[in-house]
Write a protein that binds this ligand. Structure first.
Ligand code: ZN
Length: 143
């Protein structure tokens, strides 16, 4: 059973983000990956991330409730959260983002990958009108 999820997020415009108690940061447009985990109810957790209407709780909520941001693709994995995060590479756009519980010195569970679509994101995923839930279903079916 997978316990780790990775949200591939596209930000269509640069924006200034101030998440929770973190200092404000300027995020460039482009592709981001957010890595999180849930030991139980993984699907419900990911679905929550895909909803725009919610109480802001996790750092990523401040990003995903922005109109400029959308989750295009979801990858589930059995790898430990921090290992999956490390494999993504990329840059740390906001130090400490999503890493309050991190003991592996990831620096951030949000990574910036740059302006180009990452290879792991299917081109077709970009054309879907409401990619979020479909992305989740595809991930749950192993697609
Ligand atoms: Zn970590």
């Amino acid at each position: 059973m997978p316990t780790t999820y990775q949200l591939y997020i596209h930000l269509r415009r640069p924006c200034r983000l101030q998440a929770g108690r973190l200092p404000a940061a300027r995020l460039p447009a482009g592709w981001y990956v957010y890595t999180g985990s849930a030991r139980r109810n993984l699907a419900a957790r990911v679905e929550r991330h895909l909803r725009r209407d919610k109480t802001l709780r996790w750092h990523v909520d401040w990003l995903l409730t922005r109109r400029e941001a959308r989750v295009v693709h979801v990858v589930l994995s059995e790898a430990p959260e921090c290992q999956a995060n490390a494999r993504v590479g990329g840059e740390v756009p906001v130090p400490g983002f999503g890493a309050s519980d991190c003991r592996a010195a990831c620096g951030s569970h949000l990574r910036y990958l740059g302006p180009e679509r990452p290879r792991v994101v299917p081109e077709a995923a970009l054309r879907r009108r409401r990619p979020g839930l479909r992305a989740l279903r595809a991930a749950l079916e192993g697609g």
